[in-house]
Ligand binder design. Structure first.
Ligand code: FES
Length: 146
């Protein structure tokens, strides 16, 4: 879907900026400067404001990444449901370290609460969301979605 078609799904109101950016990212994997410019024009905002807004949210990517990004929620409720063990399982399986950018193919990140606490622990592989993840599910998720 073209950027213009995506934007037309949203009224150009400030509360629609984040949903519009997420939708654009779904199509394009990241939001480049040119698309940021078009978003700014559509919402009648300065480019710097859109850029700064987008960079505030860790789920909005402003640069192309060749890596598969695995994210594990580190919010309190997910931590209470053993998300730390899930991180450890992923680290062991992929031989990576959370928040370390050294691996050429994978990156494991902590993310803040996604508002899905009752369905936690939450794991995301790129934009795919996995809910109620248990440590014994990690191998299947990683092997099927990477
Ligand atoms: S703490 Fe993980 S979704 Fe809320």
């Amino acid at each position: 879907m073209s950027l213009q078609k995506i934007l037309l799904q949203f009224e150009p109101k400030p509360e629609n900026l984040l949903p519009a950016l997420k939708e654009i990212q779904k199509e394009n994997k990241y939001i480049n400067r040119e698309n940021c410019l078009k978003v700014a024009k559509y919402f009648s905002l300065p480019l710097a404001q859109v850029y700064s807004f987008a960079s505030f949210f860790d789920e909005i990517k402003l640069k192309k990444s060749g890596k598969k990004i695995i994210k594990v929620c580190s919010g309190g409720p997910c931590m209470m449901k053993n998300s730390t063990e899930i991180v450890r399982q992923i680290e062991l399986l992929l031989k990576i370290e959370a928040e370390n950018d050294a691996h050429p193919k994978y990156k494991l990140e902590y993310i803040s609460c996604r508002g899905l606490c009752d369905r936690g622990p939450i794991v995301m592989v790129d934009e795919q969301v996995f809910e109620k993840v248990r440590p014994e599910m990690v191998d299947d998720i990683i092997l099927n979605y990477l």
